[in-house]
Design a protein around this ligand. Structure first.
Ligand code: IMP
Ligand code: MG
Length: 171
């Protein structure tokens, strides 16, 4: 669906251009004969992840991880692999939709580090930098955005709007 957002923040064409740039950077930083173990954090990153990975000219294994924000304990997040996925010894690339307080990514990083990847990189499409509560190392960032709830391009508001091509605000 093209758009239902009441105000567009980043349109589909701008997203496409930035995703290509991020892919080119990641490709450049990956050995030609290397293999990326790409971990897409569901559900939000499924659109970004599929666009990004198709622009990367390297071998890729794809895994999915479900993340659930614990509403009662904002500092906690829970993760589960949807299918078995080898992390140990891999060139791991965590693909996330958005960084808000940073707690989700922070927990995820410590969980993944304990599985001993050979290398660990993170790519995030959107960054609400002003909301950060814990510092999170991110290797590749798409766009920095203001502190307002955004939807589209995988991002939802109560499970709606994930299929919008643009990223924007709803009333
Ligand atoms: P954090 O733990 O506060 O960094 O929260 C990150 C998670 O919150 C993301 O993975 C999203 O699922 C969700 N999130 C934060 N802000 C937004 C938004 O503006 N739109 C949609 N989801 C968001
Ligand atoms: Mg998410």
């Amino acid at each position: 669906m093209r758009s239902l957002a009441s105000e567009i923040l980043i349109d589909a064409e701008k997203i496409r251009r930035r995703v290509r740039e991020l892919a080119a950077e990641i490709e450049r930083d990956t050995p030609e004969n290397g293999e990326i173990a790409a971990l897409i954090v569901l559900k939000g990153a499924f659109v970004f992840g599929s666009d990004l990975l198709r622009e990367i000219n390297r071998h890729v294994r794809i895994g999915f991880l479900e993340s659930h924000r614990d509403v009662e304990h904002p500092g906690l997040a829970d993760f589960a692999f949807t299918h078995p996925f080898r992390v140990e010894g891999s060139d791991l690339l965590i693909i996330e939709d958005i960084l808000d307080t940073g707690h989700t990514m922070n927990h995820l990083l410590s969980r993944m580090r304990s599985r001993r990847p050979a290398r660990l990189r993170t790519v995030v499409l959107l960054d609400k930098i002003s909301r950060r509560e814990v510092p999170v190392p991110v290797d590749y960032i798409g766009f920095q955005i203001p502190d307002k709830w955004v939807v589209g391009y995988g991002l939802d508001e109560e499970e709606r709007f994930r299929n919008l091509q643009d990223i924007g605000y709803v009333e």
